[in-house]
Write a protein that binds this ligand. Structure first.
Ligand SMILES: Nc1ncnc2c1ncn2[C@@H]1O[C@H](COP(=O)(O)OP(=O)(O)OP(=O)(O)O)[C@@H](O)[C@H]1O
Length: 291
């Protein structure tokens, strides 16, 4: 039966090094459309797993299944500990002038868990302050969200997720529409969190290179199938050609990982990822051009 269950509730606290998340024969299909199936994956404490794949391959649906918002078609997902969620930056959020940065962070601790009355309010405020400090947002958290840069807003979204003290952070393209310096800040925050608290990171992205130095494994979804392994095991021409069923070439150029082809059957598409998030050349090339 398809289900997402809480391992701690079932098995007790003795499994100290148990995976924080496990997919067991998990599958997700919509009608005839198979997004992925027979997925078996265990994510260890502190592990950084990048989820890659073309548009529509099922990356966001994977996160939704973990969060329990989408029901699996088969298998199960077993979670151990609290989940935190960091969404992508949305342009429409920038219009928000009524909401202060710390209000956004506070959404992470709303609910009855802190109790009511003055003591509850004080505990809640302390939790919000601690999360804001963890992401270094004390200097701007009092300002309206609409006056903050995309990078500052994204730091506050991470703070919101951290208020829950998550064992696993689910990140849905958190670097989208951020400049390279802000990307680096966000990636550094996530890496610090996993080093200091052993929080695992499941990171959905179209751009692997900004997180390349931190990635332990890659889950690459495409065409109803997937590959899991280290960057070297997955991001190579043979593996991706096999996965896509059409020629794909993976090149390493100056520390950058460049994938040629694979987006669809009709266009030879080139992704050029910057090898260093402080680099300036997020290049896109057309077939036949020198890289
Ligand atoms: N509830 C649903 N019912 C039917 N189809 C769905 C449902 N949810 C998602 N889909 C379909 O599943 C496919 C995968 O969607 P998903 O958003 O997971 O892809 P993605 O890999 O995150 O894409 P992108 O990179 O564009 O964000 C899409 O074709 C989408 O239309």
């Amino acid at each position: 039966m398809a289900a997402r269950t809480d391992r701690r509730a079932r098995q007790g606290p003795e499994l100290v090094s148990a995976p924080v998340l496990a997919f067991r024969d998990a599958g997700l299909t919509f009608g005839e459309r198979v997004l992925w199936r027979d997925l078996n994956l265990e994510i260890a404490p502190g592990e950084f797993v990048a989820v890659l794949g073309p548009n529509g391959s099922g990356k966001t649906s994977l996160l939704r299944a973990i969060l329990g918002h989408t029901e699996l078609s088969e298998g199960e997902i077993v979670a151990d500990g609290t989940l935190g969620y960091v969404p992508q930056q949305h342009a429409e959020d920038s219009d928000t002038m009524m909401l202060r940065g710390r209000d956004l962070v506070g959404f992470g601790v709303d609910g009855s868990q802190w109790g009511f009355g003055l003591r509850g309010i004080g505990r809640r405020r302390a939790k919000v302050d601690a999360a804001i400090e963890q992401v270094g947002a004390g200097g701007f958290a009092h300002r309206p969200l609409g006056l903050l840069s995309g990078g500052e807003q994204q730091r506050l979204r991470i703070a919101q997720a951290l208020t829950r003290d998550p064992a696993l952070l689910l990140c849905d393209e958190p670097l989208a529409s951020l400049d390279l310096a802000s990307q680096r800040t966000v990636v550094d925050l996530l890496d610090t969190r996993r080093r200091t608290s052993d929080t695992s990171i499941l990171f959905v992205t179209h751009e692997l290179n900004p997180v390349l130095p931190f990635v332990d494994r890659v889950l690459y979804l495409a065409g109803g199938s997937f590959r899991i392994g280290t960057v070297d095991e997955v991001m190579n021409s043979r593996t991706l050609t096999e996965l896509y069923g059409s020629p794909v070439e993976v090149l390493r150029i100056g520390g950058r990982l460049v994938v040629v082809g694979g987006e669809d059957d009709h266009h030879c598409h080139v992704h050029a990822y910057p090898g260093d998030v402080l680099g300036t050349d997020v290049g896109f090339a057309v077939p036949g051009e020198d890289l």
